[in-house]
Design a protein around this ligand. Structure first.
Ligand code: GLY
Ligand code: MN
Ligand code: MN
Length: 490
């Protein structure tokens, strides 16, 4: 056989299409194709223990099932977004998918099918996933997202053991969905293929209700989630400590080095960050979401560091400390810092079961208004008047916190009656993060305040007795912050 007939036999146009344009070796000889199929050891893992989250995910699926009897429920993990050509952005599965499965695979879909007579007997859960790459058709090495390129995947059988769910090839899902009869609820916007397959079932109110129920389910954390958030906060403390050791006391420290130092600690310990770290020195601290991080932390300035470790299970901390770069607050920095600290104390004291969600915001904002009034920033208006009119918001800018969990701004789609207009319950985790931000160009404040931004942010677990500060491993009072920095710098 000549070279050219060998090649023609194995190089269908379809094969070329799935290879990279401008790849050097487009054609695959028959001998190479045969060669690549053979000589691989059996790496199947057997007798695997379920992941710790599996039993919790099963309970969560039961809650969801009970709320939507007789309906087909579809929760995709989502697809990777292409960055350029065959390069993707880092993939993060949809939080609801993770919550209901304990899994983090891309392209996967959880399907809850009504079970029993009339579909009134709960649901049968099935996970649709990509199986191992096929060795026979060469996809494992010829496809740029085959296993030889992106790494080994779990087999369907391995995933069944790990996740405690029947697992099927996700490439069979479209047919399964096409055959679906009866009501369907889909978490849309994560997987374009699934959205298209179920386009005929889309009704806005119907899916909004599904989305908002899922989001609301996540308000009260179970013990697995609380343990993971506790771990995220502890890991975050170590990142902040590394940053303090890195800050120069007599030379400027690039904000980028602060960002990299925190990130390095997270990555070394096998974690990630739950959002872009805000490393805001000097007047940058007055920009709430300063993530450009292209400035310098100079001795004499404050550094506002808002950063949170995201664990391997994808729960994130969200913590802010505002630090004097050289280790000592100036009098005016301390004045602003202590006002924010007093506001945070008032906010934290209002976090307890049965309290309105609004209470801790109101408590903290009122204390800020009192300090601003005492400094004469409201002119003739009293603190009460300013508070009624919301005038403190010129300098406090944001609300005082939010729910925390798999997402840094967790449960954002929950019904307002359960969230901002709701009541705190034991098991909720939220941030308390008052701040004061005096812009450099704000002519309504004395010059010495301009360019100062202070936020103090902690992660609070609502307990039966009140609350527990999960990020208490970091100091909060001005004196404690100074002592802590001095100690870390030896
Ligand atoms: N890091 C974002 C926030 O504090 O809400
Ligand atoms: Mn926050
Ligand atoms: Mn934050």
């Amino acid at each position: 056989m000549t070279d050219s007939t060998q090649e023609a036999a194995v190089t269908a146009e379809a094969d070329e299409n799935r290879q990279r344009k401008n790849g050097l070796y487009g054609r695959v000889s028959a001998e190479l194709a045969e060669n690549m199929k053979r000589g691989w050891a059996d790496t199947e893992r057997r007798g695997l223990e379920p992941v710790a989250q599996a039993e919790y995910a099963a309970r969560r699926r039961e809650v969801l099932s009970a709320r939507f009897p007789g309906e087909l429920l579809v929760v995709p993990a989502g697809n990777a977004k292409v960055r350029a050509n065959d390069t993707n952005y880092p993939f993060r599965p949809s939080s609801d998918y993770v919550y209901l499965t304990g899994d983090q695979s891309q392209d996967a879909v959880l399907v809850l099918e009504p079970a029993g007579h009339d579909g009134r007997d709960g649901h049968r859960a099935t996970l649709y996933l990509l199986p191992r790459s096929d060795r026979e058709n060469g996809e494992f090495w010829l496809d740029y997202h085959g296993e030889l390129w992106d790494g080994r995947r779990n087999s369907l059988e391995e995933n069944e053991q790990l996740l405690g769910l029947p697992c099927r090839d996700v490439r069979t899902l479209a047919d399964r969905l096409a055959a679906a009869a009866g009501p369907v609820r889909l978490l849309r916007g994560h997987d374009a293929g699934v959205d298209a397959a179920l386009a005929g079932t889309a009704t806005a109110g119907h899916d909004d209700e599904f989305r908002s129920f899922l989001s609301g389910m996540r308000l009260v954390k179970d013990e697995f989630e609380i343990a993971d958030l506790r771990f995220a906060c502890e890991a975050t403390v170590r990142g902040f400590e590394d940053v303090v050791r890195t800050l120069g006391t007599d030379t400027p420290t690039p904000e980028r080095l602060v960002e990299g130092t925190f990130f390095t600690r997270a990555r070394i310990e096998g974690n990630d960050v739950g959002y872009a770290s805000i490393c805001a020195a000097g007047p940058h601290a007055t920009t709430l979401h300063w993530v450009r991080n292209d400035g310098e932390a100079r001795p004499g300035d404050l550094l506002l560091l808002d950063a949170g470790v995201e664990t391997r299970n994808l729960y994130t901390a969200d913590v802010t400390r505002t630090l004097p770069v050289d280790g000592r607050f100036t009098p005016v920095q301390r004045r602003v810092y202590e006002a924010v600290h007093a506001a945070q104390e008032a906010g934290i004291a209002a976090v307890k079961p049965g309290a309105a969600y609004r209470d801790f915001h109101d408590a903290a904002q009122r204390v800020l208004a009192e300090h601003l009034a005492a400094w004469g920033l409201f002119g003739d208006r009293s603190a009460d008047e300013a508070w009624e009119l919301g005038l403190q918001r010129r300098w406090s800018l944001a609300g005082t916190g939010h729910m925390l969990g798999l997402d840094v701004h967790d449960c954002a789609k929950a019904r307002t009656g359960m969230y901002v207009d709701g009541t705190l319950e034991a098991g909720m985790v939220l941030t308390v993060e008052p701040g004061l931000y005096f812009q450099s160009d704000d002519l309504t404040v004395p010059e010495e305040y301009r360019g100062i931004g202070v936020r103090i942010e902690d992660d609070l677990l609502v307990t039966e007795e009140g609350n527990e500060n999960l990020s208490a491993g970091l100091p909060r009072t001005a004196d404690e912050v100074e002592a802590w920095m001095a100690r870390l710098r030896g």
